[in-house]
Design a protein around this ligand. Structure first.
Ligand SMILES: *[C@@H]1O[C@H](CO)[C@@H](O)[C@H](O)[C@H]1NC(C)=O
Length: 201
């Protein structure tokens, strides 16, 4: 009897030690006390499987070059749960990035995904910076056709076309909705945050 209660206590302790909340699938999911106040799940609702259609699972045309209208010189085409609903709950997303000469994707981070970037055309200088507690080290390299780099979860990374012609890379990310925080857009010291801090001091 004593050993049974010891076993149960141990089992309970272990189950508590290993329990954790599921990771968020979107930037935030604010709790409501009453479902009548709003109805939203963490992620998307699931369609009746019998109503699934081919286009829930297929996107075509990612071989086509994208026009680049942005002064930053790149165009990123995302494939995530918003435009490929079959990705819901699968923990996967994809992207095509087109670069003109000197075009870049500014330093950014994905709060919910690690990323593999695979170059299929041109020469792209790509890299990431490690966290403060590992000394903000930079891992960066010029990648040519057939080369890839992995950006670990949450690390700030960037890519620049350093070649003499257009460049193309594809990204594979392990979240259905990786999220994207471009450091320049948050204007950390420049700054929306700075303006906010100034307004409260
Ligand atoms: C990216 O390409 C799409 C067409 O696929 C176009 O509509 C969009 O304006 C382009 N965006 C940028 C930033 O160049």
């Amino acid at each position: 009897m004593k050993s049974l209660s010891t076993f149960l206590a141990l089992a309970l302790t272990l189950s508590l030690a290993f329990a954790s909340d599921p990771s968020p699938l979107q930037d935030f999911c604010i709790g409501v006390s009453d479902p009548a106040d709003g109805l939203y799940v963490n992620g998307k609702f699931c369609k009746d499987p019998n109503l699934a259609i081919l286009s829930d699972f297929v996107i075509t045309g990612l071989n086509e070059r994208r026009p680049i209208n942005d002064p930053i010189g790149s165009n990123v085409t995302f494939v995530n749960v918003d435009n490929l609903p079959g990705l819901n709950t699968l923990g996967l997303a994809f992207a095509r990035a087109d670069f003109e000469v000197n075009g870049q994707i500014l330093p950014h981070t994905h709060p919910r995904a690690s990323e593999i970037l695979f170059v299929t055309e041109g020469s792209i200088l790509a890299g990431f910076v490690t966290a403060d507690d590992t000394g903000n080290r930079v891992f960066s390299k010029v990648l040519n056709k057939g080369d890839l780099i992995v950006f670990p979860l949450g690390m700030v990374h960037h890519a620049v076309n350093v070649g003499k012609g257009p460049a193309v890379a594809f990204g594979i990310l392990n979240s259905q909705n990786p999220g994207m925080i471009t450091i320049a857009n948050t204007k950390v010291l420049g700054s929306n945050l700075q303006d906010f801090l100034a307004s409260v001091v």
